[in-house]
Design a protein around this ligand. Structure first.
Ligand SMILES: Cc1cc2nc3c(=O)[nH]c(=O)nc-3n(C[C@H](O)[C@H](O)[C@H](O)COP(=O)(O)OP(=O)(O)OC[C@H]3O[C@@H](n4cnc5c(N)ncnc54)[C@H](O)[C@@H]3O)c2cc1C
Length: 441
């Protein structure tokens, strides 16, 4: 086997680690795997936020829905992320403007805001107790980044009516973030933070109440077209459905190879400190913070006063195989921002996989009549994946007429990474190195 093929085909390590969100949270009783030959009006693959919101939407439109999950509910990115609900895209609205034109970009911006509003509405509708708090802060690590961030803010205010966004000079940022590192920032009162596992499990409970049939430990291994729709195969059973929605995130991988080729699984890792005796984030409430680097640091204080700090975007290399090295790198990243936490005890660390598309824009589309997919949230999916699930469900129900907002994203062109997967890992590793160099320059 060539070195290239070896690098490309190594299985992805499980980065589960010990995730702080699971502490003290009542898990749902295991839903039995799919067994025998079954049927439904709609099949959803993947019980992350996208799949759960899609199932909820389909069920509320009277569909009999079966949701198949390879592992446990929320075991993907949805149950272990940074908890920051951002009303923006990983690629930035400017990239969508270049690709879609100003009118469609304006709608895309409204949809990013709607994604956060819908998230809050779901929390209220289903009475999900998940520690929601308003306010996010984007911060710039260099004067050049601060100038870019400020220009982007002006652009959003002028062309997208984003009057709620506020520029903070370095001393104002320091009032929120006790760190000498930043040169300015943008505060968004519409964004916010939550405990993602509680939110995801809350969605699952709501879906069960709406009559969604949910099977865990039911990895979809193969999908066949049939006269009346699709036949979806798991290890011990199969499901026949005229409508199919794929929302399989980054790992263990979408069941269709051509979809897998369009996203690169990129790892990002987090740690939790013990509750801080002296908080490092301030405000009422303290904002969730993310910097503007290619490989960003993102952090927030949770309801118990712990600092939850995420950093790094790794695709390969020793750091993925070595939990101790991962912990050490994360701690170094945290201390670079907050040197005063030298003696803070780290109680948890974990990781997860992000489904990064080549251009970091969301990737929605169709894989056949009555079959749609959503993926490519590129690390910005906490709010957006929920809206994506709803739009995908609406697109399925609308039939050939389609759903205008779903089609807006489906119209985006996406590259498959070259080499049918062969070059994907080395290319991503190169991207990671370039990203790191950019930070140093
Ligand atoms: C550590 C980390 C931090 C993050 N921080 C943030 C943040 O602060 N803000 C933000 O906006 N985004 C963040 N993200 C990204 C965000 O979590 C995701 O974009 C979002 O959760 C994606 O949801 P999803 O439903 O598409 O995918 P997932 O949550 O990954 O769900 C997909 C599900 O599909 C299942 N599945 C896969 N293949 C199959 C199959 N063949 N058969 C059956 N089931 C299958 C998986 O097991 C999984 O449960 C972060 C991600 C990570 C990993």
């Amino acid at each position: 086997m060539s070195l290239l093929r070896f690098l490309a085909e190594r299985p992805l390590p499980a980065l589960d680690g010990r995730c702080v969100y699971a502490d003290g949270v009542q898990p749902l009783p295991l839903r039995a795997p799919l067994r025998g030959a079954r049927s439904a009006q709609a099949c959803v693959v993947g019980a992350g936020i996208a799949g759960l919101c899609a199932a909820l939407e389909l069920a509320s439109q009277g569909q009999q829905v079966t949701l198949l999950e390879a592992r446990r509910i929320g075991s993907g990115a949805s149950g272990r992320n940074g908890g920051q609900a951002l009303a923006d895209y990983a690629c930035g609205i400017e990239a969508l403007e270049r690709r879609l034109g100003p009118a469609a970009a304006l709608r895309a911006w409204q949809l990013a805001e709607l994604a956060v509003q819908r998230l809050r509405q779901r929390i209220a509708d289903h009475a999900i107790d998940c520690e929601w708090a308003c306010g996010t802060l984007s911060v710039a690590r260099t004067p050049r980044d601060a100038a870019r961030l400020h220009a982007a803010l002006r652009h959003r205010q002028l062309h997208y009516g984003a009057a709620q966004l506020r520029w903070l000079e370095a001393p104002q940022v320091r009032r929120h973030v006790e760190s000498p590192l930043y040169h300015g920032g943008v505060y968004d009162p519409h964004g916010g933070q939550l405990q993602p596992l509680l939110y995801t499990l809350g969605l699952a409970r709501a879906a069960l109440r709406r009559g969604v049939e949910l099977h865990e430990q039911s990895q979809v291994l193969r999908i066949e077209r049939s006269a009346d729709g699709y036949l979806v195969h798991c290890a011990d059973g199969s499901l026949r459905a005229p409508r199919l929605l794929l929302a399989a995130g980054a790992v263990p991988g979408a069941p269709l190879r051509r979809l897998r080729a369009r996203v690169l699984p990129v790892a990002t890792c987090m740690l939790a400190t013990e509750p801080l005796t002296r908080p490092v984030l301030h405000g009422d409430p303290p904002p969730a913070v993310c910097d503007t680097c290619v490989i960003p640091d993102y952090y927030r204080q949770d309801a118990a006063g712990r600092l939850l700090f995420g950093s790094g975007a790794y695709h390969g290399g020793r750091v993925l195989r070595d939990p101790a090295l991962r912990r050490q790198r994360l701690r170094q990243a945290m201390l670079r921002v907050f040197p005063q936490l030298q003696h803070a005890r780290i109680t948890h660390d974990w990781g997860g996989w992000i489904d990064a598309s080549a251009n970091l824009a969301p990737d929605f589309g169709r894989v056949g009549p009555g079959a749609v997919y959503v993926q490519g949230f590129s690390g910005h999916g906490l709010a957006l994946s929920g809206l994506a699930g709803e739009l995908a469900a609406q697109a399925l129900l609308a039939g050939p007429a389609g759903c205008a907002d779903f089609e807006l994203f489906a119209a985006l062109r996406h590259a498959s990474l070259p080499g049918r997967g062969l070059l994907r890992r080395p290319l991503a590793a190169l991207g990671e190195i370039l990203g790191r160099l950019q930070q140093l320059l």
